[in-house]
Design a protein around this ligand. Structure first.
Ligand SMILES: NC(=O)c1ccc[n+]([C@@H]2O[C@H](COP(=O)([O-])OP(=O)(O)OC[C@H]3O[C@@H](n4cnc5c(N)ncnc54)[C@H](O)[C@@H]3O)[C@@H](O)[C@H]2O)c1
Length: 248
């Protein structure tokens, strides 16, 4: 049931962290994975790890903020495999600051990568999915987009935006056989969270009923569910992967 042989996936921001774990798990299950990242070396490293476990991958340098680069990248992927079945919009950044100290650049860069990047990728890939009348899109949001966080108004706005975007395009794409869902991870052990002080990390752990941070692999398993036939009748949903931190 969870055999993805013959399917092609795109995972953005898969050069490290959660995206890399998503790429590796989908590859392990048989999908060919196009690994997109602004950091080509990191994308290549993910692909070489994919190959070590018998998977197939293509590393691409692409800044998802740039629509022309996204079009070029997707063209390259379609020359490699003639179908794209799954798109995982995972690439995201933080530029934290309190609102009154937040620069225009801090605001714009986070909205551009997290939200406009998701729009660019989805628009270009959906055109192809519509022709085939099949596709699965998974957007990586965040609990911060649901509950807010002091010092992260830009990030929270971008992630709340992703949730609204997911629900809107899920309605648009449903008649075309394309399901669109989002995952809202809580605190996941990656480079993004390791920069926080031990004291802040401890404070956060206290908010999590399961008592620990999550792993990229745990988020990847929800992605696997959402691209597999197990979730054929699921669209426009947000699945929290947060150890019970936020119960809506
Ligand atoms: N780590 C967490 O606790 C956590 C929690 C909730 C949500 N998330 C979300 O999960 C996703 C992955 O987070 P992570 O912790 O693995 O981050 P990370 O910083 O470890 O990795 C992000 C990757 O995205 C790439 N990237 C950045 N800008 C890009 C661009 N313009 N075009 C293409 N690639 C780009 C980076 O090079 C990097 O490889 C993000 O969307 C993040 O917001 C993370």
């Amino acid at each position: 049931m969870l055999n993805l042989d013959g399917n092609t996936a795109i995972v953005t921001g898969a050069g490290q962290g959660i995206g890399r774990e998503i790429a590796l798990l989908l590859g392990e299950k048989g999908a060919a994975v196009a690994v997109i990242d602004v950091n080509l070396e990191a994308a290549r490293e993910t692909v070489s790890r994919l190959r070590e476990t018998g998977g197939e991958g293509l590393a691409l340098r692409c800044d998802i903020v740039d629509y022309a680069q996204v079009q070029e990248g997707v063209k390259e992927i379609l020359a490699w495999k003639d179908r794209i079945h799954f798109l995982v919009n995972n690439a995201g950044i933080t530029r934290d600051n309190l609102l009154l100290r937040m620069s225009e650049e801090e605001w714009n860069s986070v909205i551009s990568v997290n939200l406009t990047g998701t729009f660019n990728m989805t628009k270009v890939v959906a055109k192809h999915m519509f022709k085939k009348r099949f596709g699965r899109v998974v957007n990586i949001a965040s609990v911060i987009g649901q509950m807010g966080n002091a010092g992260q108004s830009n990030y929270a706005a971008s992630k709340a935006g992703i949730i609204g975007f997911t629900k809107s395009v899920a309605r648009e794409f449903a008649p075309r056989g394309v399901n669109v869902n989002a995952i809202a991870p809580g605190f996941i052990e990656t480079a993004m969270t390791s920069v926080l002080s031990e004291e802040r990390q401890e404070g956060m752990r206290r908010l999590i009923p399961l008592g620990k941070f999550g792993t990229g692999r745990e988020v990847a398993k929800i992605v696997l569910f959402l691209v597999s036939e197990l979730s054929d009748y699921v669209t426009g949903q947000v699945i929290n992967c947060d150890g019970g931190m936020l119960m809506l």
